[in-house]
Design a protein around this ligand. Structure first.
Ligand code: AMP
Ligand code: GLY
Length: 421
């Protein structure tokens, strides 16, 4: 089977690495991929949102299955387009992907389907949003409804904060059209966890739970990033909690979408807060998380290609994924300046320092220049180790991190510490 993986980050490197171990897979292409991915797959120089060229490539090269990493092509309708051409692809249709691409839709959908989430109001009129901001109890979260590369959620601690954010999103349009509608919602408290699930629109199979670390600095300080590290599994999502999450959140979401004619096939990502009254949804994503994928897939014993085929063919009910009784930790190394303006093209040393067969260096943004490996973006590498326990996995991961260097390299020193408390 020939597979095309779309995307270029650490998530996609992990997908390619896992698929490569499948006896069903004969060849993998990645578009556009990165230099690390290039050690496992043939790189194709087509951007992730150039849907027409990707479909042409898939048809011409007789790709048996295309796997989409990032949300942008899904929100643009890549699955609809491929299916119209008779090409096999894994992911939700454009209408189903709205669960991520429109927070206004996602929130209304959750209300209709009684899925627990923070109470909220949607606004498309700036004056109305401003009036409302004078009356609410603070803190609240204000979110641009559309895709904003993980930067569209802002906490407001006072009416003054709120007015500034509303002005930026709806007036100045700092997120463009994504801010033409906003959601104002209550602030929830509790630990945050990610539960992703495989689904073919009928059967739902949750993966192991994971925890991301969004802020750039230790202790959860500083601005939000795409994710500075993750670990899997979490203690808080025990069997009982997972059962609650499936029954109250994942099932009503997939079945509710199906009822509305928004068939959901692929990966459904639930970003959750475990509040004192139970799990509530912070956000849904229509794809694998990054860096959660880097810690979840290494613990999957089963053949991922087999699961993907079952999803696309609509018979996920015959698959029973098996997970390793182990733990995984991923520490992300970033470039100087990230998450602001980043400095790239720095030479990376120590990439050959891999500790053992249970440690993987997943590349998020690298390129080569002759024999040199260079940084090529904000998040550069995700060093992922699998071991018996979280603390041993963290130790293995950091042991490798310490051997890798580039000028201005930054990483959090407290990934998974919360799990060890
Ligand atoms: P989002 O872009 O919706 O994923 O939000 C980004 C981050 O903001 C989340 O990962 C949470 O840490 C935080 N957040 C978002 N909404 C809420 C909320 N209603 N209550 C508390 N924290 C939130
Ligand atoms: N790790 C958060 C995300 O993938 O959106």
């Amino acid at each position: 089977m020939k597979i095309l993986v779309i995307g270029s980050g650490g998530r996609e490197h992990t997908l390619v690495w896992k698929l490569k171990s499948s006896p069903l897979v004969t060849k993998i292409y990645a578009a556009p991929g990165n230099a690390g991915i290039g050690t496992l797959a043939d790189l194709v120089d087509i951007k992730a949102d150039d849907i027409k060229s990707l479909a042409e490539f898939a048809a011409k090269n007789e790709i048996d299955l295309t796997v989409v990493g990032p949300e942008l092509p899904l929100s643009m309708g890549i699955v609809d387009f491929f299916e119209e051409q008779g090409l096999r692809i894994l992911g939700p249709t454009k209408k189903a992907a709205e669960i991520e691409s429109s927070k206004a839709f996602a929130k209304e959908f959750m209300r209709t389907n009684h899925i627990p989430t923070a109470s909220f109001k949607v606004f498309q009129d700036k004056a109305e949003a401003i009036d409302f901001a004078q009356t609410v109890a603070y803190p609240v979260f204000i979110k641009a409804s559309g895709l904003a590369a993980g930067k569209g959620a802002v906490r407001a601690d006072s009416a003054e904060d709120a007015l500034e954010t509303i002005e930026q999103m709806m007036g100045e349009r700092i997120f463009g059209e994504a801010g033409s509608r906003i959601v104002i919602e209550d602030c929830l408290t509790g630990p945050e966890v990610t539960v992703m699930a495989f689904t073919d629109g009928k059967t739902i199979i949750p993966m192991l739970s994971a925890q991301d670390h969004k802020q750039i600095y230790d202790g959860g300080n500083g601005p939000n990033t795409g994710g500075m590290g993750a670990y899997c599994p979490t203690r808080i999502v025990n069997e009982e909690m997972l059962d609650t999450i499936v029954r109250q959140i994942l099932e009503p979401a997939v079945l509710g979408l199906e009822k509305e004619g928004r068939r959901y096939k692929g990966i459904l990502y639930a970003g959750l807060m475990i509040t004192p009254v139970g799990p509530k949804v912070i956000e849904f994503n229509c794809r694998f998380g990054d860096p959660e994928t880097q810690v979840v897939l290494p613990l999957l014993e089963s053949d991922l290609a087999d699961i993907f085929i079952a999803i696309v063919d609509g018979n996920l009910n015959i698959v029973e994924p098996v997970w390793k009784e182990a733990a995984a930790v991923c520490v992300v190394m970033t470039s100087e300046g990230y998450p602001g303006k980043t400095i790239v093209n720095r030479k990376i040393t120590g990439l050959q320092s891999k500790q053992d067969k249970n440690t993987n260096i997943f590349h998020a943004a690298t390129k080569t220049d002759g024999n040199d490996w260079l940084t090529a973006g904000g998040r550069v590498l995700g060093i992922t180790a699998v071991n018996k326990t979280i603390s041993e996995a963290a130790r293995s991961s950091y042991a490798t991190v310490k051997k890798i260097s580039f000028d201005g390299a930054h990483y959090r020193k407290d990934i998974a510490h919360q799990a060890l408390k």
